[in-house]
Design a protein around this ligand. Structure first.
Ligand code: NAD
Length: 288
């Protein structure tokens, strides 16, 4: 019988722990973590993501300051705002919602954020720290995924882990985290040959591709643990719904454990943003 890894329940527990920690920071230090959320343009999905993040902040008593800029904002204007937020000691985390409009170079913006305030963990210094195993701020989606894997599997040493996808925000950091758990890690991507065979070797299979139902049941090793990072909206008759990168229903007959979509990696990503914000705030305030 397949085990469903409940990311919603796990994220609620993580947020409960953070709420208690935030109450302690307020009571003992009169200190409130604060995140600045920057949204440029009108992308509907980005608006939904930002409102969900801000809602979670309110639930946990993290202060959030929203900066909504229109889609004609220049790179110089956005960089000036980042600079202001970097200088503001009452702001501990800065999140710039991606994607940014075409006239703005996302890399330049991400790398302009002070690394200690980069709660998304995308800054080149945080990426480099992760790559050498000196983790500072770890990207939220891979962090949430590894937390669930540690909780479910415990010791992963020597397991074969395959990550499908090599993006800087999911695939690559996920591979580094699995390596730190002493897994034997393979990264598969759009140029990988015989990807089905590569996947069949995985004790831990992480799908971060962005193609609905990309990973088929017969690519999965019997008993494997499957982390489905994908969030894809598909049309189902006259309704639309979210599906992952794994053919979940069929995969359930083969996998030992699997994260559902929705309710798996998604909620953990937001919880880990809260986790990173609290950790960054404490670090900046010098509070243990
Ligand atoms: P991306 O587009 O940046 O990267 C996709 C990766 O998939 C690339 O590295 C590419 O090499 C690989 N790929 C593409 N086509 C392939 C193919 N045919 N065969 C093998 N590999 C292929 O995407 P991303 O930002 O890494 O996101 C991946 C998925 O995860 C998307 O569905 C995204 O919506 C989802 N996502 C979810 C969360 C969450 O909170 N759950 C967070 C971030 C991303």
């Amino acid at each position: 019988m397949v085990h469903i890894i409940d990311g919603k329940a796990f994220s609620d527990k993580l947020c409960d722990d953070l709420t208690a920690e935030i109450a302690r920071l307020k009571a003992e230090h009169n200190f409130v973590p604060c995140i600045a959320v920057v949204l440029v343009g009108e992308d509907p999905a980005s608006h939904v993501y930002v409102s969900n993040k801000v809602k979670r902040c309110h639930q946990l008593n993290i202060e959030s300051r929203e900066h909504r800029l229109d889609d004609t904002t220049s790179q110089a204007e956005l960089l000036a705002l980042i600079d202001e937020l970097n200088q503001d000691s009452s702001v501990h985390g800065i999140l710039v919602q991606l994607p940014l409009p075409k006239q703005i170079d996302s890399k330049a913006v991400i790398n302009a954020i002070a690394p200690q305030k980069d709660v998304d963990g995308f800054h080149i210094e945080n990426a480099g720290a992760l790559a050498i195993g000196d983790n500072q701020i770890v990207p939220c989606t891979p962090l949430g995924s590894i937390m669930m894997l540690r909780d479910y599997l415990g010791n992963m040493s020597g397991m074969n882990a395959v990550v499908v996808g090599r993006s800087n925000i999911v695939g690559k950091p996920m591979a580094h985290l699995l390596l730190q758990e002493n897994c034997t890690v393979t990264i598969a991507h759009s140029r990988t040959k015989n990807i089905e065979e590569v996947c069949r070797n995985a004790d831990i299979l992480v799908a971060a591709v962005g193609i609905p139902h990309f990973v088929k049941a017969d690519w999965i090793k019997p008993g494997a643990t499957v982390i489905d990072v994908g969030i894809n909206r598909i049309q189902d008759g006259d309704r639309s719904r979210l599906v992952g990168d794994v053919d979940t229903e069929a995969a359930k007959a083969v996998a030992g454990a699997i994260t559902p979509v929705p309710g798996g990696v998604g909620p953990m990503t937001i919880a880990c943003l809260m986790y990173n914000t609290v950790a960054a705030a404490k670090m900046q305030a010098g509070i243990a």
